[in-house]
Design a protein around this ligand. Structure first.
Ligand SMILES: *[C@@H]1O[C@H](CO)[C@@H](O)[C@H](O)[C@H]1NC(C)=O
Length: 292
């Protein structure tokens, strides 16, 4: 295909949101991101999409605009089956390509969540099989994305990572706690618990507030930077008096650093928000996170 090279270039410059198979968009554990392009296969081995229609072969199905009403679309046109689907806005622009174990339920979820003009019609391609293989569904999604990128030079806006209109914000893991609670008498000094924690977890951020709701701008920035680096990191809330009582004072002494947040990598203090920010800007943080 003559457009293959430009497809790869356009795709390479984007970070795409990869919709994981799951319940409708209202579910919060819905999204993940994936770097495109996927490894190119030799041209004689096409992606395994035989069971699914191509994007250009599927016919658009209009979606009723009133989200409070039941979804009045013929089940044959929008079946409750596993497949790939594309959502079009009122101007006929493809906004999002998703995969689902139940495309009807997913489209219903979008219809209730996004502005009506963004979800004016859908194209779907479902599998003939009752429970198609996950990789067959993933390949169908990839093929639809590639077809669209080849035709327009860009990904649908809803599939660009960071756009939470279509898929929810990434689910954040809970913060680590140093103790089960204040009612429990500690048998080891807090300093030892800190030491163990920063040595057992490669990247640790001691922050003010929780990971999902940081209580200060510096902590928020540090969480954002680590997430942007796709770092596998844990957080500890230094304001959690119930589970981390005494942590602030003990940590300041442990690290000889007077403020929070504090980021540790490989058991060693790297720094606070300013240091992490400037390392990120200079590209040093990525190197550090990979290296250690
Ligand atoms: C997110 O997606 C919506 C709908 O597809 C689009 O209108 C909007 O421009 C996108 N936002 C960004 C920041 O890409």
């Amino acid at each position: 295909m003559a457009t293959m090279a430009s497809t790869a270039t356009a795709a390479a410059s984007l970070r795409l949101a990869f919709p994981l198979l799951s319940a409708p968009a209202s579910s919060s554990s819905y999204s993940n991101t994936l770097r495109f392009p996927l490894r190119r296969r030799s041209s004689c081995r096409p992606l395994a999409v035989a069971a699914f229609k191509k994007l250009s072969e599927a016919s658009p199905v209009p979606i009723p605009q009133e989200p409070t009403q039941p979804l009045l679309v013929d089940e044959d046109a929008l079946p409750p089956k596993a497949g790939v689907y594309g959502v079009y806005d009122a101007a006929g622009e493809l906004q999002f390509v998703g995969i689902s174990r139940n495309v009807r339920a997913s489209v219903e979820g979008h219809r209730r969540k996004v502005p009506a003009n963004l979800c004016a019609s859908v194209k779907v391609a479902v599998s003939d099989e009752e429970a198609p293989d996950r990789s067959a569904l993933n390949n169908a999604w990839k093929s639809w994305m590639e077809e669209h990128i080849a035709a327009t030079g860009k990904a649908p806006p809803g599939n660009v990572a960071g756009n939470h209109t279509w898929v929810g914000a990434p689910q954040r893991p809970p913060d680590l706690r140093l103790t089960p609670g204040r009612h429990v008498q500690l048998t080891v000094p807090l300093e030892q618990l800190i030491d163990r924690l920063v040595k057992e977890n490669r990247v640790v951020a001691f922050i003010k507030g929780s990971r999902s709701a940081p209580q200060c701008g510096f902590s928020q920035r540090v969480v954002g930077i680590l997430e942007a680096h796709a770092a596998d990191f844990v957080t500890v809330d230094v304001l959690d008096e119930e589970h981390n009582h005494g942590l602030r004072e003990t940590l300041k002494a442990y690290s000889s650093w007077p403020t929070f947040p504090q980021v540790f990598v490989g058991g060693e203090l790297v720094g606070g928000c300013d240091i992490i920010s400037s390392m990120a800007e200079r590209g040093e943080l990525a190197a550090l996170l990979i290296q250690k």
